[in-house]
Structure formats: structure tokens, C-alpha cells
Design a protein around this ligand. Sequence first.
Ligand SMILES: *Cc1c(COP(=O)(O)O)cnc(C)c1O
Length: 404
Amino acid sequence: MYFNKNKLFIEKVSCLKIAREFGTPSYCYSLNRLKNNIRNFQRNFKTISPLLCFSVKSNSNLQILKEIKKLGMGADVVSKGEMLQALKAGISTNKIVFSGVGKKTDELEFAIKKKILLINAESESEIYEIERLAKLKKTIVNIGIRLNPNIDAKTLKKISTGKHEDKFGLTEKAFLNVLKYFKDSNFVKIKCLSVHIGSQITDYKPYLKMINVLDKIIKKSKHLFDYIDLGGGMGIQYEKKTKLFNYKKYREIISNFLKKHKVKIIFEPGRSIIANCAMLLTQIIYIKNTSKKRFVILDAAMNDLMRPALYGSYHNIIPLVKSNKKNKKIHDFVGPICETTDKFLSVKGFQKLNEKDYVAILDVGAYGMSLSSNYNLRPKASEIMVEKKSFKVILKRQKLSNII
Ligand SMILES: *Cc1c(COP(=O)(O)O)cnc(C)c1O
């Protein structure tokens, strides 16, 4: 994404052109960026040759999953719907892992029937349920067990998942008990230890702590795991002040771990693969001035992009046509929804904007469209894929008739 003669471009296409042709709000992805992100991720961990399972909850667009599949990634899914979508994209069952604290019986049955690589179980009850189904079907089911390593990932509180107060995984004690109990099961084979301590992690140190916990517990358990699933969580640079995640350090930590444990590593990255591939194009409906603020009312709202309302997270906003004229007031970029949290960004000073102008909300590829809803009975946005000079709709804008 760059400016050419003051106009914003994605790959070789003017964003203004896309906005005018397909309307707004529209999610707009760069295929080149997606490919580069995947290749960089693969390069960063080349020496440990992990299995990469894309976290489908971060973005479940079928065309995007197809591209991800082409580059060799599998899928980490958290529902039957996501499993169906991954399969539809052509991702093979031996590259699919199934996570989540509340898998229902029909979802487990489907996963067992499809013989996916691993069901990552998150409670004793779930493992009993899997065993019951496996017995019924007279089959062997490979599972992972998710450990809650009680690590503070030092990320936003609402996206931390690896502390004891979080609902995910088993405590060390329960984990060791389960290993003992299912050791000789004819139906359930514990092949994997899985962890995922949170999202948008920008420091390698929580991962270092996590690996140390894994090292200890594996030794204590004396269990031979085929896989260690380290989850995802690697952060991206939403703000310039955020430091870049140190992949080299993380790889070194894992390499050391692998000297002691002969296992295959699985990663489940979502955000680090897709977040910075997309922007949300949106048009200014009205501008409202008060004595303190300039409210820029957009045609995108929290139903299109929920992260700022849900987590207070930061997304930069830039104009589609750059100008040198400034307005020093505080600008609040808001949506039309009847909620005070329907606000994307508050900034002191912005270039001069007019009603009907367009702006782009950046880095929205992960947990953007996938978290969108029909709140206020607003139809969902369209999704556009750009590849060099060409661009196409990869998800049509919902029509009101689809939801009324
Ligand atoms: C959400 C999630 C991921 C992906 O996290 P990112 O921060 O997007 O990389 C991976 N594994 C599990 C179990 C998850 O719940």
C-alpha cells in the first residue's frame, strides 16, 4: 500500500477505483502481501520445518483459504463450519487441527469421520466424550491435549488465553492425570501437546517461558509426543511504536527445545499471516463539528470491524487522496451504529477531509471480516482481492434481501 501522485494504491490498483466500482465499505486484500507473509513465515522457521496450520477464525474467506492452501499451509479450525470451509478450500485432512473449549458431539463426530490430523482437547470431559465416540465407531482417534501453562502473554487482557484465570486448556495437574489415565486407551492416542497463550504477542519472552514450562512438563510426564503444537499469537505492527516480533529469537528457543525433544512442531498463525494484507475502504457520510471535536462519520461501523469496539485495539486510518491542507482539531472516526463504542480512532489533527471523501482503515485482514455481524441489520461488506493490476470480488456484499 503506497501513495502514487497522492492517490492510495494497493498493488497496482488505485483504491479510489475499487471504492467507486464496488462501493463501500469493502475489505480489500493484497495477494502479493499474503504470499510474502507466508513465505517469510516459512523462511523464519525453515530450520525446524514445522507444519503450519492457518488459524481459520482470523479469516475464513474461501478464496483466501485456497491461496493459503496453494502455499502449503494446513488449517487450525474451531468449529464444524470452519472445518467444512477448510475442506472446501481443498486443505487435506492430515493438515487440519481442531481446537476449542466447547466442541459439540456432532462436531467431534465429523472430525473423527474425516480423520483429521488432531483434535486438540481442552478438558477431561471432552477427552471422555472423544473416547466414547471412538469406541462407538470402533476407531482410534489421535488427539492433542491443550495445556494452560499459566503464562502472562503481556498482550491485551481480552486476548490473553494462557493464564489460569482463562478458560482454555488443562492445568498441569489435570494434564498429567489425563496422560496417565489414557496411556493405555485403545481408542484415544495422545499424540500432541498443544498450547496457545494469546494473540498479538510482540515480545518473545512469554514464548520463552512457555517453552520452559513445556520442557518441564514433558520430562515430568515421560510421555512421547509426536507433535508439539505451539499455537499462534505472533504480533504485527499496528502502530509504528510497536516493536517487530523477533522471529529469530523464537526460532532459536525452539531449536534448543528440539535438541531435547524429538517432535514435529505445529504452528497455528492467523494474524501474522493475514492482518496486514487488507484495508477497509470506507466513505465519509457526514462530518459533524462540535466545539471540541470533529466527528467523521463513516459508512463502515463496528459490525464491519469490531476490534476497536471489542478490545480497544488500534487501527490506523489514511485518506485515499492525500492533501497538504490540515485540520488541527481532534478527529473521531466513528460509524453510524447506535453505540458509543462504535468508534475506530481518535486523532489530534488530520488532513482536511470533506463529506463523500474516502478513507482506508489499515491492517484489518485478521479478525476483521471474520468478526463482522449484521448488528443494526446492516448487510456485511464485500471483499475484494487485488493481484497486480487485476482485482475481483471474493465475497459479494450482502444484500438486505439476504437478511430481511
Ligand atoms: C486464535 C487462535 C490462533 C491464532 O492466533 P493468532 O494470534 O491470530 O496467530 C491459534 N490457535 C488457537 C488455538 C487459537 O484460538
